[in-house]
Design a protein around this ligand. Structure first.
Ligand code: HEC
Length: 126
């Protein structure tokens, strides 16, 4: 009996995880898109600078993106897509959660990410 109950619980947990994973799909940019730092700059200024700072050095509402923890090997381009689409729970800093940012397509986010990567490379974060 106990084992049957355990199996049911495991099955329900699995379904829960699946639903969660489906709801949290990573948005993908158009195939063949060439992400452009220059295209990303004005989008960044409009949608991200209010918290991450005009110079990507952070504000009192959000962390600097010119920081080693946001280097590509730790925060991949997919994590940018996920943060914009679904928001991000505070886990590295004390600024609170990042809310989802509306009105940006996956292509827009790819351009923004290219802009951030260019700025990161300039200060040796890569
Ligand atoms: C309302 C403020 C706010 C706005 C607007 C905002 N962010 Fe954030 N963002 C945050 C905060 C706060 C965190 C840090 C959460 C933590 O880790 O403690 C964060 C974290 C992130 C992360 C790291 C996510 C992770 O997986 O740890 C990325 C990437 C990011 N932001 C990108 C962006 C981009 C790109 C934009 C613009 C499209 C943007 N943010 C707009 C507040 C904001």
């Amino acid at each position: 009996m106990k084992i049957a109950r355990l199996l049911v619980a495991a099955y329900l947990a699995l379904i829960g995880i699946q639903t969660f994973a489906q709801g949290m799909q990573v948005p993908t940019p158009s195939p063949g898109l060439m992400p452009s730092p220059m295209g990303g700059q004005p989008l960044y200024a409009r949608a991200c600078a209010v918290c991450h700072g005009d110079e990507l050095t952070g504000t009192d509402k959000g962390p600097p993106l010119l920081h080693k923890i946001y280097e590509p090997s730790h925060h991949s381009d997919a994590s940018f897509q996920m943060a914009v689409k679904h928001g991000s729970r505070a886990h590295h800093w004390q600024f609170g959660n990042m809310p989802p940012v509306d009105g940006l397509s996956p292509d827009d986010v790819a351009h923004i990410t290219a802009y951030v990567r260019m700025r990161q490379r300039r200060v040796g974060i890569q």
